[in-house]
Design a protein around this ligand. Structure first.
Ligand code: HEC
Ligand code: HEC
Ligand code: HEC
Ligand code: HEC
Length: 488
């Protein structure tokens, strides 16, 4: 096993060196060279060898997973033309365009894990193609062997080169690390350390801070690791397309490291840490993938002070507040004022009573069962009973926060910065004219900030702070730090 590992290291090393060279080339082009010595051009290769392809094998691995996520394009809608040549895998649309859907997470196609089950297509793997020159693989990706295998219609030259480099240099044989019954040869104790150094900052110590599926069918790391260890290996080595999840290869993780983390992750819970009700409370239609309501919520007409209309009137938070205190809290004044009560007193109600409130039995105009199914109503009940909190000790009426910004910075840099940027400006929730960053939210509405970091953001894989193990004090520290970041 050690021997194999070393071979991989050498392959990775070579690829990394290549990437480093490309990176150096790029930065040298962008910034004036600091030294006076001009770089000497390397001797031209002998005319007989094919030109080397220059690119990023790790990016190729991300493209192999879901290329449109990696390049930020729309997902294709029609089936990939080759799809009709098989009948066993009944998926349609975008899935049929994923390299992995036809060739497998283990790269073995019909000879591997996709040799049976709902993903079976009968298509071959790409293991043998590792021996081909990258230029030949590039040609295959442009349809040289079969015009229906032409991906140049959707991907540009550099994308295809990166994919070719992945095919010849990025694959690995997981057979030494993953057993047929999906267990692994990895060492869970060693994996726990690595998990704590990297993964827990986004996925949480129990692996359940980011839900990959729905409230009805939650899917967390522990489930993926047990269910599809080959997918786990691929994602941990290359990262997650479209998200700044780190690549194990880029961080010089060995295959043993990945297997160790897999072993540890397989011991983690498959149960959620929070109900998901906090996301529904924020904007339920984004969570369940429904259309935003167009008319006003029936209770809306019983107030006149808040002049919003339509979807906003259906947000629990719009009537009951980000601080859960309704008229007795931050929404006791200003443009959001409705005069409606809070839900803090309802934490002591029974599940039956709360369900009765949410399904219209207490007040027919407070019926959410028409738009939210049972699982969602239950999540909201759990949220109201167990997951709301009183932030009064941490957030003052003038919006200042009693927190330690230095401690908050450590948390921000470890978790939030990957997505929001170290200055919090990488994601703009507003628009170019009126930008809104995490710093803006923390300054303008610390109660909203608290809620968002506790539960995440509806419809996005932002981790839940409660699942990350944040106490109220941790959340206050974060708010204090983020209030120091740019607001425009
Ligand atoms: C819809 C299914 C499908 C998808 C999606 C698909 N392929 Fe293929 N691929 C095939 C089939 C079938 C073949 C056999 C090729 C032929 O008919 O020429 C093949 C052949 C190959 C080969 C040559 C294998 C060999 O040993 O010669 C490589 C390499 C390859 N594909 C890579 C990719 C990559 C990279 C992607 C993603 C951009 C991809 N494929 C997407 C079905 C697919
Ligand atoms: C910077 C934050 C971040 C870090 C650090 C991180 N991930 Fe992720 N991970 C994500 C995001 C975001 C997703 C995508 C969720 C989605 O698309 O719904 C994801 C997805 C995944 C998936 C795919 C799940 C699926 O079925 O789609 C796996 C497996 C995974 N991560 C494992 C890990 C492991 C193991 C580590 C540590 C080596 C790690 N991640 C570190 C943010 C992170
Ligand atoms: C349009 C405004 C509005 C929206 C939206 C709204 N509520 Fe209410 N809610 C009220 C009003 C008004 C009452 C008190 C009604 C009464 O006394 O008949 C109430 C009562 C409640 C109560 C009982 C409070 C108590 O102390 O007895 C709970 C719990 C509750 N709402 C939760 C929610 C949840 C969860 C949502 C989101 C699914 C939500 N509400 C959406 C206006 C709203
Ligand atoms: C995996 C990526 C990711 C991580 C990690 C992450 N976020 Fe987010 N966050 C998002 C996305 C995506 C949005 C929604 C952006 C949008 O609506 O345009 C968001 C939205 C938010 C919002 C709400 C903005 C609004 O008003 O609509 C706040 C506040 C926020 N994040 C703070 C944080 C903080 C603090 C952390 C660290 C504890 C964090 N986020 C970690 C991706 C992430």
């Amino acid at each position: 096993m050690k021997k194999k590992l070393n071979t991989h290291l050498i392959v990775w090393g070579a690829a990394l060196a290549l990437i480093a060279l490309v990176a150096v080339g790029c930065s040298a082009a962008a910034t004036p060279a600091p030294t006076t010595t001009a770089p000497t051009a390397p001797p031209a290769p002998p005319a007989t060898t094919a030109p080397e392809l220059q690119g990023d094998m790790i990016r190729g691995g991300l493209l192999y997973d879901a290329w449109w996520e990696a390049i930020g394009a729309e997902a294709p809608t029609a089936d990939q033309p080759l799809w009709k040549t098989q009948t066993t895998n009944t998926r349609t649309g975008p899935d049929t365009w994923r390299c992995k859907e036809c060739h497998g997470w283990d790269y073995k196609g019909v000879d591997g894990a996709y040799g049976g089950g709902s993903h079976k297509t009968g298509f071959a793997g790409i293991v043998a193609a590792q021996a081909k020159p990258a230029t030949e693989v590039l040609a295959i990706l442009k349809g040289s062997t079969n015009p229906d295998h032409d991906f140049s219609t959707v991907l540009d030259e550099q994308d295809l080169i990166d994919l070719a480099l992945f095919v010849v240099g990025g694959q690995m044989d997981t057979a030494s690390w993953i057993n047929a019954d999906k267990s692994t040869t990895g060492d869970a104790a060693a994996g726990k350390t690595k998990f704590g150094e990297v993964c827990q900052y986004c996925h949480g110590p129990e692996g359940n801070a980011i839900n990959f599926d729905s409230i009805e069918e939650p899917e967390f790391l522990g489930l993926v690791a047990g269910d599809n260890p080959w997918e786990f290996f691929h994602k941990v080595r290359f990262g997650q397309p479209g998200w700044p999840m780190p690549s194990g290869i880029a961080n010089e993780w060995t295959d043993d490291d990945v297997a160790n983390v897999l072993a540890y992750t397989q011991t983690l819970t498959t149960e959620p840490a929070v109900s998901g009700g906090g996301l529904l409370y924020d904007a339920w239609w984004h969570v369940i993938g429904a259309e935003a309501p167009a008319t006003d919520q029936p209770l809306w007409k019983t107030q006149t002070t808040n002049t919003r209309t339509g979807a906003d009137t259906w947000r629990c938070k719009e009537c009951h507040g980000w601080d859960y205190k309704g008229v007795d809290g931050a929404y006791g004044g200003g443009s959001h004022q409705t005069g409606f009560p809070g839900i803090r007193d309802a934490t002591s109600l029974s599940a039956e009573d709360l369900t009765a409130w949410l399904t219209g039995a207490k007040n027919p105009d407070h019926d959410f069962s028409q738009v939210l199914g049972e699982a969602y109503i239950n999540a909201l009940v759990t949220f109201v009973q167990q997951e709301t909190y009183d932030s009064a000790d941490y957030i003052n009426a003038d919006k200042t926060v009693n927190g330690d910004a230095a401690r908050g910075k450590a948390k921000f840099d470890n978790t939030c910065a990957a997505c929001h940027g170290t200055d919090g400006k990488k994601i703009n929730f507003g628009d170019a004219a009126e930008p809104e960053y995490v710093g803006t939210v923390a300054a303008d509405n610390p109660w909203e900030f608290f809620h968002k970091i506790s539960f995440g953001h509806p419809g996005e894989p932002m981790p839940s702070g409660i699942a990350l193990g944040y106490t109220l004090e941790d959340r206050a520290n974060l708010a204090a730090y983020v209030q120091t970041l740019p607001t425009k």
